[in-house]
Design a protein around this ligand. Sequence first.
Ligand code: AMP
Length: 113
Amino acid sequence: MSTIFSKIIAREIPARIVYEDDLCLAFHDVNPQAPVHILIIPKKEIPRVAESTSADELLLGHLLYTAQSVAKQEGLHETGFRLVINNGPDGGETVPHLHVHLLGGRPLGWPPG
Ligand code: AMP
């Protein structure tokens, strides 16, 4: 299923892109929940992490590695940050294209709502 994120990958709609490679793209969330709120997405159309397969294992690792790399790029390495993946209705997923939220720039509460 093609989503708005596929359109961002294809440059059909604009986004504030901060990182790109062959496998993934990172861009600012349009509705930020923290001073830094960036989404890291695979270029492959995987709807959600629960629908990944064993063939996606390296890609999933690459998303996490990229997320920490972008966190450093954004100056969050010392203060800390949070990575979130929402999955399905109870998880709060609204866009069915796998994405890792990178949140930082303020203390984040726990547990989440
Ligand atoms: P989730 O609720 O985990 O599925 O997260 C989807 C995220 O995508 C939300 O935080 C939205 O604010 C964000 N979002 C939706 N459309 C866009 C867009 N066009 N550009 C950037 N972020 C978006």
